[in-house]
Design a protein around this ligand. Structure first.
Ligand code: ATP
Ligand code: MG
Length: 334
């Protein structure tokens, strides 16, 4: 495909993230329906070239568990990435629409993500770096595929948004500055699986318990005027109480990373991920096999956390592969 802006008709807005926005489009010369991601970048010509070169890896991916790519092109000051359109959208949208997802379907998601990660790593030596429900897509054929994997280090560097690379699915070691490994993706998978089965991001419950008592965290008294911020640390403390309330209201819509008082809740969340025990599936609700798998993903100590290879041998993965769920029929229910 020789892709350029003039050849596309916009059909729908699919969503917006920190890195850019995604539209459903038709490529008129070929009639192909695509998902087009537009990312605002801040990069010099040499860097732009490198991004396009790196994005080529996406084009070379050929796996049933990875979104296929039609190519990428520059449309100053944006870069446009054209990919396979998945008509059922991402799993965050799906569970927000239909509620907590049946554990057998979640098992299929686990299999697909592990297979996708194995493909990216074994064939292309890529670590995904951004496993979360919004990057796991579904179509009406019942296929489950990964998108938004870290093919381009140069693109990550060039995205004109400070919060890129910060994610609420980040592992404790990443928050503490360790380099990325495939095991960081496994942590994010564990968090994702709990979120889909329970129908809620797992750390939110622990925020709720102490709305007005942020115990060990810096806290500004509710009805007092805050002094003008003295330094960076102070300025982060000021909005805390207000942020706690706002957070509770926003939580049902998911946690946003965008600016302002939300910044404090992100820091608070990072603090929890590092210092609190890992979240777990509620005991006895989804079966011991699923619980053991999620525990294997959410081991805080990286050395003890399971590798994708080890996780393939877990009973839950073996049984999920042949659990008889008709994914196509499931995808037709919403
Ligand atoms: P973040 O920017 O933090 O990664 P995000 O994944 O939600 O968040 P985007 O990657 O910009 O943000 O995607 C926005 C939305 O577009 C997604 O939530 C998803 O529902 C939809 N989307 C992305 N790619 C496709 C696709 N290939 N087919 C169908 N829908 C898609
Ligand atoms: Mg995404």
């Amino acid at each position: 495909f020789d892709l350029k802006n003039d050849d596309f008709t916009k059909l729908d807005e699919l969503g917006q993230g920190n890195g850019g926005s995604v539209m459903k489009v038709q490529h008129v010369p070929t009639g192909t329906i695509m998902a087009k991601k537009v990312v605002l970048i801040d990069a010099k010509p040499a860097e732009r070239k490198k991004i396009l070169l790196e994005l080529q890896i996406m084009h070379d991916c050929d796996s049933p568990y990875i979104i296929s790519s039609y190519g990428a092109y520059l449309a100053e000051p944006n870069i446009c990435i054209c990919m396979e359109f998945m008509d059922k959208g991402s799993f965050d949208g799906i569970y927000k629409r239909i509620g907590a997802i049946d554990i057998k379907v979640v098992g299929k998601v686990a299999v697909a993500v592990l297979e996708g990660l194995r493909y990216l790593y074994d064939i292309h030596r890529i670590i995904h770096r951004d496993i979360k429900p919004s990057n796991i897509l579904c179509n009406s054929n019942g296929d489950i595929k990964l998108c938004d994997f870290g093919v381009s280090g140069e693109l990550i560097n060039s995205i004109a948004n400070t919060f890129v690379g910060t994610s609420i699915y980040m592992s404790p070691e990443r928050i503490q500055g360790a380099t990325y490994s495939v095991k960081s993706d496994i942590w994010s998978l564990g968090i994702t699986l709990i979120e889909l089965s329970v129908g809620q991001f797992p750390f939110s419950g622990s925020f709720d318990d102490d709305d007005d008592d942020d115990s060990d965290l810096p806290h500004v008294p509710e009805h007092e005027e805050s002094p003008p911020p003295q330094n960076h640390r102070d300025s982060l403390q000021v909005p805390l109480s207000a942020a706690t309330k706002r957070r509770n209201r926003r939580r049902s819509k998911g946690v946003s990373l965008h600016g302002g008082p939300m910044m404090m809740s992100i820091i608070e969340l990072m603090h929890q991920i590092v210092n609190e025990p890992s979240p777990r599936l509620p005991t006895g609700k989804f079966g011991a096999e699923a619980e053991a798998f999620v525990d294997g993903c959410l081991e805080k100590d990286v050395d003890k956390r399971r590798t994708p290879g080890q996780l393939f041998d877990y009973a839950w993965i073996l049984s999920s592969r042949q659990n008889g769920v008709d994914m196509k029929a499931w995808a037709a229910t919403f």
